[in-house]
Design a protein. Sequence first.
Length: 216
Amino acid sequence: MTPTDQSKAARAICLLAPVVPVLVIDDLAHAAPLARALVAGGLPALEVTLRTPCALDAIRAMADIEGGVVGAGTLLTPADVKAAKAAGAKFGVSPGATDRLIAACEDEGLALLPGGASASEIMVLLERGYSVQKFFPAEQAGGAAYLKSIGSPIPQVSFCPTGGISLKIAPDYLGLKNILCVGGSWVAPKDAMARGDWAAIETLAREAAALPRAAI
Ligand code: 3PG
């Protein structure tokens, strides 16, 4: 997969909905009902973070949910990329980017949303052909004001910011032309998952899916 194809695929995934749920799944039994609730609420692109022992099995369990597009987050190594692809992930997300990670995604044909934060990181990724990037940790790294400023000299790059974003502040990001979508865990709160309150999660997804975007 060439960087151009990577960016095309990443853009298409980011355009599916204004919010990509960032999911930390501790209990494999939660995976399928959680995915169904989020998709029913209007959020088809789902990022399962590779931070829990059952994350890869969760991706496997979610890969068949109708209407869902399941990806793997927290990709740090080529081994993560291989495992995510084998589990059925349709895209990958990384907090940053390394040569080895990018090469592994290109070799495996896994659409990648690489992380860029400083102007130089963003420019290096752009030079490689990656015009759609994750921006992490969004709030701590400068928030919407930072991305607005970056958009002046580097308007060719679009972002999916994640980290510290809530329903309340998501509009600050989504009101910018260089933001395709935001990522966040607020649509899948741990307590609602523990209670199996999938209706509550569907409601949160519905609210998130209704957020307007300036980029489209
Ligand atoms: C993450 O990788 O943890 C994401 O950026 C989600 O951050 P959040 O939990 O602050 O939404």
